[in-house]
Design a protein around this ligand. Sequence first.
Ligand code: SF4
Length: 352
Amino acid sequence: MADIASLTPGELAEKLKSFGTKPYRASQIFSWLHREGVTDFCQMTNIPLAERDLLKQSFGIFGCETAGKAVSADGSTEKYLFRLHDGEMIETVVMKYKHGYSVCVSSQAGCKMGCSFCATGKGGFSRNLAASEMLGQVYAAEKNIGSRISHVVIMGMGEPLDNYDNTLRFVRLINDPQGRHISARNISVSTCGLVNAIRQLEREALPVTLSVSLHSADDTIRAQLMPIAQKYSVDELLEACRSFSETTGRRISFEHIMIKGLTDSPHCAKLLCEKLRGMLCHVNLIAANLIDGETFEPSDKAVIREFAKMLADNNINTTIRRSLGTDIQAACGQLKQQHTCSRIGCRPGGDQ
Ligand code: SF4
C-alpha cells in the first residue's frame, strides 16, 4: 500500500490524476495530512465519501501510536515510545525551551553505527524510517503536548545520513509552505560523521544546521568510541564540515561527550582548539549518560568547566549542555531498551 504522507504536493497531485479527482483535491489532502496531522481518511471531511474510499483502498497513512511516555521531574522533557505500523518501536523526545518546543526525531529503527556510548547502537539495526514516519513523530508529539513544535533536531535513534533520501524528503516536507512550514534554519541534521553524505548535503544548498557528533578530536580516542572513525579521520571530517559551513553560511554544531579520563583531558581540549581554529562553529559539551554494560563515567563538573574555559579562551563558542531529562532515560535508545527488557522480564541492558 502506497505511503501517502511521504509524497510531495507535486507527487500527490500526479498520483491523484489517475483517480479522476479534481486538481485542487491534492492540496486539500496534503493539508489534512500535514497541517491537521490526521491519521485516518475518514477525518478528511471536505473530501467526498467515494473519494475517501478510493484513497483508503490505494494508500496507507503510517502514523505513530503512543506505546509509552515518560516526563522529567522538572517537566522540561517528555520522551515518547512510538509503535510503527509494522510493530517497530522508536523513541522521540520533546524538549521545552524558552523559544518554544523542540522535537528530537528518530530516523531509523535501531542503528548500524555501533557507537559504544549509545544504547541504540547496542541494539542493532532493524530498518530505515520513511519520511512519513519521521513526520508522524512530530505530529504525534504535538498532539500529546497540545502545542505546535517550532524546532526539529534529527538526532534520535539512527544515523540520519545513513537514511539520506528519506531524511531529505522529511526536511523538505516539514519545510513545505502547504504543510507545517518549519523553517530549514530551525532544523538540525545530525551525523556521526559520514563524510560523503555531508558533501552530498552541502550540494543540496539547504540552510539546515549540521550537527556533528565529534566527541574527540583525537583519532585514537574517537576510534575507541565510534567505529566510523576507522573509515574517516578527524581531519577528513572537519574538512567536509568547513566546506559545508562555507557553502551554506551556517555554523557547525559539534557535540563532544565528556567521559572521565578519556575525552576530558587538557590534551583533548588543546587538540580540539587547534582543529577548530577559524571555523564557524559551536561546541556542546555533554556529560556522558550512564548506560548499562559500559564502564564510562561522566566527567566531573569542574573538569567540564575547565575544558569549556579553554575553548572559550581560544574564541570557540561553547555551551555546557543542560542535561535534559536524565531522570527519564533521555539518551537515545534507553526508553526502548527499558520497555523491551521489562516486557521480556529482564533487567534493562542485561544479558539474559
Ligand atoms: S550515537 Fe547515533 S550514530 Fe551512534 S550508534 Fe547511537 S544512534 Fe547510531
